[in-house]
Write a protein of this length. Structure first.
Lengths: 501, 511
């Protein structure tokens, strides 16, 4: 299918056009109850078991705003550096669709709860790109349709459809960026980094599961091209079903190439909704609408305006956790890292792991060293993300502690870590099972040293003669005899001592 | 075949019945049975009820009797008294059609808050009353289940949309009823049937379970044959409801006390404003004469009469017929055959969901409902929104200001409730604008969210049909209009030689 789509070489696109992005992210809030009723919001329940007259849109039922959702919306707005409306209303967005129980969605239209903010996004090379936020508004989710019998799983061509209203009425926050201009060749990367940063932020706020795979964070990517150096935006397309960070990047890149080909071929872009296909990495046109949708918005008469007091807003500002970028700044300072070192940690996905290891009692230097050298090597060998390694920061901290207290040498510590990675249990269990303890019994060591000197009288003579370097051979022999479980430094001291006696 | 004992029961007021039931002079079951018998006897002529729930009613009455027998205090001052419920309020497991084919056979899985409060108060729900489809109309002629006839003259309409509720009172089928009032649907039926109808302050009675026509205007309220009965019912159904965000979080104004105070007949010091806009062309002379006599009577009770001009009331009708249809076009979108109610054209294969929706809405809605959905859809369209819906909201604000300015000078405002007495069935069905005029005087109070009620002022000297006096009060000052209406009621009956409602012609009772 995608073979039929004409694509322009990415560099050629950039030579001729400037991309303009607009990202709309829908976030399902992890409140216990739905936006306008008391039904639970748990994911994965039996179909139509989490419903009531209100979220089924039964005649006569009325909505009541979930205060916790408003609170989450305000906290998100504050974290995104937005203004918080002193007074705002819900509006009805009218359109017919079977998964919409009332055939209107209760949303916010021209009076969002939060507006005019920004999110600073760190790109892979450490550069910061500021994405301006237009608005964040509250709305309710729709139900889910399951189209049965069609080839595509979409309504067109389906024999019949099943409806599950468990999701209908789940609180959503829609976060809309202002047009993102000036990203140039990095547009796909900016799009991905923005969604990633937003996800981290929402996770830190503890307002959503932010699971893209379960749909609790969904991104629609608006992409258009304008002639290089121009200032009039081109016609945009809106790509939906972008369900992973990687897909965000791919979808933007694909649309740029597709639109570039259309435009340079003298064609024009149709304003339409497009569907991203994970497997092919391409987008395809949704059903073309003959007329532009008129949602006939008007203020929701069943709800009173939301008017958060300034005191409450300030109180909520006080509840904001340390935000991801603030945390990164603090950590960089505390760990005394250069920008480049910090970036390496970020790229390796090591910051949280190191921080947790430090939290568990290790020094930041030791923790960092373990995660970005030996453990990163192991992850690379396994082809896994660092965080996916089967070892916890607490376990790493314990290994470090064993080294610091002299129980393990660095070499033994690596073996202990190998044991944990191999599923042999906690570090202490591995140490015991593998018999990794440093031989610290002085008399045993002395005996081993005497034995080694006796076995190598010529070497002993050399040392006595002042050739201290020759001690290495004796140390090596002792280490061999103790299966590497002795502290080499102490052995050397004992060798010198024995010879001088 | 009329039965003197049961006639005596059905012609009693709710307050009288409650007192006798609570003293255990008569059982709630006897009272309920008398009303069920009356319904069986006269309703084939009147068609006030769409559904009579005899079993449910008797069970509720038995529960009241049992509680009283075990020495419990009555659950409310109206415990054991029967009531007719407009078919727009949901009743769990009991049909709720809104007068529409669209909801034929629908059994709601939940009770409206009003229904729940009635049940908790021990009020006995006899059944569900006829209405214009989805409360759109002024005559019940828009009901999908046939017109309701006015007991005063069965060739005439009982008002609308709540004509079933008002007719049930005038036909002595129930001493109490519930109506809903979006532009006059409680007051205008009250006026043309010689009964009392109250539109409380917007937010005074929960809308939860009231099938929405126009959410910002809809208000449920009490209907009765006396002002005191209406007040007693008002206190049962009123008050804050956490399930309705627009419900007022404040105590119900003391309407029963106000009705009792008014019944003493003294209105000294009460300032009554006569709205000058509600007179002239389009008003039946007999209606105006009855109104003038009513104002004269109020003055004799000691009220100070002041003329008040509310210039923006002239635009109320125009604003109403943009706002109400706009909201209705959205509220009625949910009737799409997907989850409940009518489904047309679903042959299991050939037609799409969209086509089934379309066929269902084509078949399920009557012409007036379709007209308003189309007007509203148009008024909300981009490019028209500002000129229609937006402008109407500005008018609404101006009307509220007119009221506010008037209430700085007077305590209550009065006007005729409706420009004419009950018109003949069929007379206005082909002329929607003439039909809309029936609500000319009642619409402003809905737009402002204020309180207003209709109390019978007498019979028109031209046609002998009832005329209503509208008494309006500021938001949350419902008690003021009850006081004035109760005082007027006493003086009217004294001047006219007995309760007006007793002049309803006898209905032939089918045995
Ligand atoms: Zn629900």
């Amino acid at each position: 299918m995608s073979a039929l789509v004409d694509l322009m070489d990415y560099d050629d696109v950039l030579a001729t056009y400037d991309p303009v992005l607009g990202l709309e992210v829908h976030v399902e809030l992890s409140t216990n109850t739905k936006m306008f009723c008391g039904c639970p919001t748990d994911f994965g329940g039996e179909p139509n078991t989490q419903v009531c007259p209100t979220c089924l849109g039964l005649p006569g039922a009325l909505p009541v705003v979930n205060g916790k959702a408003v609170e989450s919306a305000i906290r998100i707005g504050l974290a995104l550096n937005c203004q918080i409306a002193e007074w705002c209303r819900f509006a009805r967005k009218n359109y017919f669709y079977p998964d919409q129980p009332k055939n209107f969605q209760t949303s916010q239209y021209d009076e969002p709860i939060a507006f005019d903010g920004y999110l600073d996004v760190v790109l892979e090379d450490g550069e910061t790109f500021r994405v301006d936020i237009e608005r964040a508004h509250m709305e309710e989710d729709t139900g889910k349709s399951l189209h049965v019998g069609g080839a595509t799983g979409r309504i067109h061509g389906a024999a019949h459809s099943l409806l599950d209203y468990n999701r209908a009425g789940v609180p959503l926050i829609e976060i809309v960026t202002k047009p993102i201009v000036g990203a140039g060749e990095r547009a796909p990367e900016v799009a991905r980094a923005y969604v990633s940063a937003l996800r981290d932020l929402l996770r830190a706020l503890d307002v959503s599961d932010v699971r893209m795979d379960q749909g609790s964070l969904r991104c629609d990517a608006n992409v258009s091209l304008m002639p290089k150096g121009g200032d009039t935006f081109g016609t945009r397309t809106e790509t939906k079903n972008v369900n992973s960070l990687r897909s965000v990047e791919r979808a933007v890149r694909f649309e740029m190439s597709r639109q570039g080909a259309v435009l340079s071929g003298g064609g024009s872009i149709v304003q339409e909704t497009r569907h991203f296909d994970e497997s092919s990495g391409s987008t395809s046109a949704g059903r073309r609408k003959e007329t532009s949708e008129d949602y006939r918005y008007f203020p929701e008469p069943d709800l009173v305006p939301v008017a958060p007091s300034r005191e409450w807003v300030e109180e909520l500002r006080g509840t904001l956790p340390e935000l991801p970028w603030e945390r990164r700044r603090r950590i960089q300072q505390e760990w005394d890292l250069s920008d480049a070192e910090m970036r390496d940690l970020l790229n390796a996905g090591a910051v949280d792991l190191i921080a947790a290891t430090v939290e568990a009692g290790a020094s930041s230097a030791e923790a960092r060293s373990w995660w970005v050298s030996y453990l990163l090597q192991q992850a690379n060998l396994r082809g896994e993300e660092l965080a996916a390694l089967p070892i916890t920061p607490v376990q790493v901290a314990r290994v470090i502690e064993l080294v610091t207290t002299g129980t393990l040498t660095n070499k033994l510590a690596r073996q202990a870590v190998d044991g944990v990675l191999a599923g042999e249990g906690e570090p202490d269990e591995v140490v015991a099972a593998r018999g990794l303890k440093v031989v610290s019994d002085e008399s045993a060591l002395r005996t081993a040293v005497e034995a080694a000197l006796a076995a190598n009288p010529d070497v002993a003579e050399k040392i006595r003669g002042g050739k201290v370097q020759a001690a290495g051979a004796i140390v090596g022999a002792v280490m061999k005899a103790t299966k590497g479980q002795a502290d080499a430094k102490r052995v050397r001291e004992l060798v010198i001592e024995a010879v001088s006696a | 075949m009329s039965n003197p004992v049961s006639d005596e029961i059905t012609r009693s007021t709710a307050a009288e019945l409650a007192e006798r039931i609570h003293r255990r002079e008569v059982s709630a079951v006897e009272v309920t049975q008398a009303h069920l018998d009356r319904i069986a006897g006269v309703d084939p002529e009147i068609n006030a009820f769409l559904h009579v729930d005899g079993t449910g009613a008797l069970a509720a009455a038995e529960a009241v009797d049992a509680a009283l027998a075990s020495g419990e205090a009555p659950a409310s001052p109206l415990a054991g008294v029967p009531l007719a419920l407009k078919d727009i309020l949901t009743t769990k497991g009991v049909p709720t059609t809104c007068g529409s084919r669209m909801l034929e056979g629908w059994l709601p899985p939940y009770d409206a808050t009003v229904t729940r409060r009635l049940r908790e108060a021990g009020v006995v729900v006899l059944g569900k009353t006829n209405m214009d489809e989805f409360a759109m109309g002024s005559s019940t002629e828009n009901s999908a289940y046939g017109v309701t006839r006015n007991p005063w003259d069965r060739d005439r309409i009982p008002g609308g949309s709540g004509g079933g509720s008002s007719a049930s009172l005038a036909a002595f089928e129930a001493p109490l009823a519930i109506g809903t009032d979006t532009g006059g649907s409680i007051r205008q039926p009250g006026a043309v049937t010689g009964t009392v109808g109250v539109k409380p302050t917007y937010g005074g009675v929960s809308r939860y379970g009231l099938v929405a026509f126009s959410s910002s205007l809809d208000q449920a309220g009490p209907c009765a044959r006396t002002v005191l009965d209406a007040a007693l019912l008002h206190e049962v159904i009123g008050g804050h409801d956490p399930l309705d965000s627009t419900s007022i979080d404040a105590p119900v104004p003391p309407v029963v006390a106000a009705a009792r105070q008014g019944a003493s007949g003294d209105l000294t010091g009460v300032r009554v404003g006569v709205v000058t806009q509600f007179a002239g062309e389009g008003y039946q002379p007999g209606v105006l004469r009855s109104f003038d006599a009513a104002v004269q009577l109020l003055a004799e009770l000691g009220a100070e009469i002041v003329e008040v001009s509310c210039p923006h009331f002239d635009y109320a009708m125009g604003a109403y017929y943009l706002i109400a249809p706009s909201e209705c076009s959205s509220n009625l979108a949910r009737f799409d055959a997907m989850r409940y109610g009518l489904r047309v054209g679903d042959d299991g294969a050939r037609l799409s969901a969209e086509e089934v929706m379309s066929l269902t809405r084509e078949a399920g809605f009557g012409p007036e409902v379709k007209r308003r959905i189309m007007i509203g859809t148009h008024a909300l369209s981009s490019g028209y929104y500002d000129a229609y819906y937006g402008q109407a909201q500005k008018v609404r604000t101006l009307i509220a200001r007119d009221f506010a300015a008037a209430y700085e000078k007077v305590d209550v405002l009065v006007s005729p409730t409706t420009p004419t007495t009950a018109f003949r069935i069929g007379e206005r069905v082909d002329d929607p604008l003439a039909m809309y005029l029936a609500d000319l005087c009642t619409i402003p109070a809905n737009l402002a969210g204020n309180a207003a009620m209709s109390v019978p002022s007498g019979l028109s000297d031209e046609d002998g049909l009832p005329v209503g006096l509208q008494v309006m009060a500021p938001a949350q000052a419902d008690d003021r209009m009850y006081r004035v209406s109760a005082a007027f009621e006493v003086a009217r009956d004294a001047a006219q030689g007995g309760p007006l409602i007793h002049r309803v012609p006898d209905l032939a009772v089918t045995a």
